[in-house]
Ligand binder design. Structure first.
Ligand SMILES: C[S@@+](CC[C@H](N)C(=O)[O-])C[C@H]1O[C@@H](n2cnc3c(N)ncnc32)[C@H](O)[C@@H]1O
Length: 294
């Protein structure tokens, strides 16, 4: 995940021309809430970013000071929980793309999916998880790869779970409609087979077709809390999510994944992420930023 650059719009950080100042003390309170809620580490160098991003949020809430905002996010009510989600949405970006890091999809095609498809065709259960799926391009890319190799996938016990902390991105993912430019990396045959043009208002987008949608369930899930679902996964994609977690949270997430993968199960991580296999000897590197459970 990336923490966005501060917005440069005039007046960002101000209410009616007045700047809302974030003091180091208040910044530390916000950083503590963000760490506790999402495992995201906010160093002091991100103070300007947080100020710019949150000033916008404060304006939306009609607040002129950070003090009531801190009190709100530190609370225990449903409103506090909802605001902590808004806070994460405000300070993170959800950048993603179809077939991002294409070598992972080559790996799916050549090594990962063939035995899983064979297993499913013999009546076996196959589960894949896109953890930190953002607006859905990653799980749809997995589904399209699967359908390209097995058009009968929907008739077997094959399911893709797609989760994210942020309900706003999940709503976009669930809607499954993307602008044409977003489909650039989708091979023409898959685009033709699995997307239909859809016009809403004066915008034309492309809607993901029913076969891909049927393989995926979208759910809200915070990776830093115990996972609520039962059962194991044959493949976990968790790419570009833990990059801003503190080291302890990152390790605990990898460990939690190891408990959900059977021997031989695959874990795919983002291009700038690595698993320390000395600290976690249950994983072995197998490919570029891909690992297998021993
Ligand atoms: C940059 S996107 C990565 C999307 C996709 N995996 C990819 O690589 O293209 C990171 C996503 O991680 C989500 N995220 C951040 N902290 C999280 C947490 N604690 N639990 C679950 N998801 C989280 C963010 O909401 C965001 O949508």
């Amino acid at each position: 995940m990336t923490l966005a650059e501060p917005a440069r719009s005039p007046g960002a950080g101000g209410v009616a021309g007045q700047e809302i100042r974030l003091t180091p003390e208040v910044f530390r309170r916000i950083a503590r809430a963000v760490r506790e809620y999402a495992g995201i580490s906010l160093p002091e160098s991100k103070m300007a970013l947080v100020q710019a991003r949150l000033a916008k949020r404060l304006r939306a809430l009609g607040m002129t000071d950070f003090a009531p905002y801190c009190a709100l996010i530190e609370g225990r009510s449903d409103e506090a929980l909802a605001e902590r989600q808004e806070l994460i949405t405000a300070i993170t970006t959800n950048v993603t793309r179809f077939f991002r890091e294409p070598h992972h999809f080559d790996m799916l095609r050549t090594r990962v999916l063939p035995p899983l498809i064979e297993h499913a065709r013999k009546g076996g259960r196959v589960r894949l998880w896109s953890a930190g799926c953002s607006t859905g391009e990653e799980p749809y890319s997995i589904a399209l790869t699967m359908l390209d190799m097995a058009s009968d996938a929907g008739r077997h016990d094959i399911k893709i779970l797609a989760t994210d902390l942020d309900r706003a991105v999940l709503a976009t993912a669930n809607r499954g409609i993307y602008p044409e430019r977003a489909l650039e990396a989708v091979p023409a045959t898959l685009r033709k087979a699995h997307f239909q043009p859809r016009t809403e208002g004066n915008e034309t987008g492309f809607a993901v077709g029913p076969a891909a949608r049927a393989l995926i369930s979208f759910r809200q899930l915070n990776l830093t809390l115990p996972f609520p679902m039962r059962g194991s996964f044959d493949v976990i994609f968790c790419r570009n999510v833990v990059i801003y977690f503190d080291a302890e949270t990152e390790l605990s997430v990898w460990k939690a994944f190891s408990e959900r993968l059977p021997p031989g199960g695959w874990l795919f991580v983002g291009h700038s992420e690595r698993i320390n296999t000395l600290a976690l000897p249950m994983f072995a590197s197998d490919g570029v930023t891909s690992y297998r459970r021993l």
